[in-house]
Design a protein around this ligand. Structure first.
Ligand code: SF4
Ligand code: SF4
Length: 73
């Protein structure tokens, strides 16, 4: 778990991005997030890394595969 946290911490090069063209704004990702991040409305498609604990629940829940793990832009 510690290693995963290091990989996905706010200083990591990795982050979660929402493809706004694929997202159908169903809101499931926002509902499932344990730290109440409004994933569905992430600005410019990027999830705020400071609050995100990178549990990846939102990625697993997304039925359109609109959420991706990628290098931070
Ligand atoms: S679960 Fe996926 S499709 Fe639904 S709002 Fe979130 S990113 Fe968009
Ligand atoms: S990875 Fe977890 S904490 Fe981060 S936005 Fe998705 S559900 Fe929320």
């Amino acid at each position: 778990m510690g290693a995963l946290n290091a990989i996905f911490s706010s200083k990591s090069l990795l982050g979660i991005y929402r493809d706004v063209g694929t997202c159908d704004t169903c809101g499931l990702c926002s509902k499932i997030c344990p730290v109440q991040i409004d994933v569905e409305k992430a600005k410019l498609g990027r999830i705020d890394g400071k609050e995100c604990i990178m549990c990846l629940e939102c990625v697993a829940a997304c039925h359109t595969s609109a959420l991706k793990i990628s290098l931070k832009r």
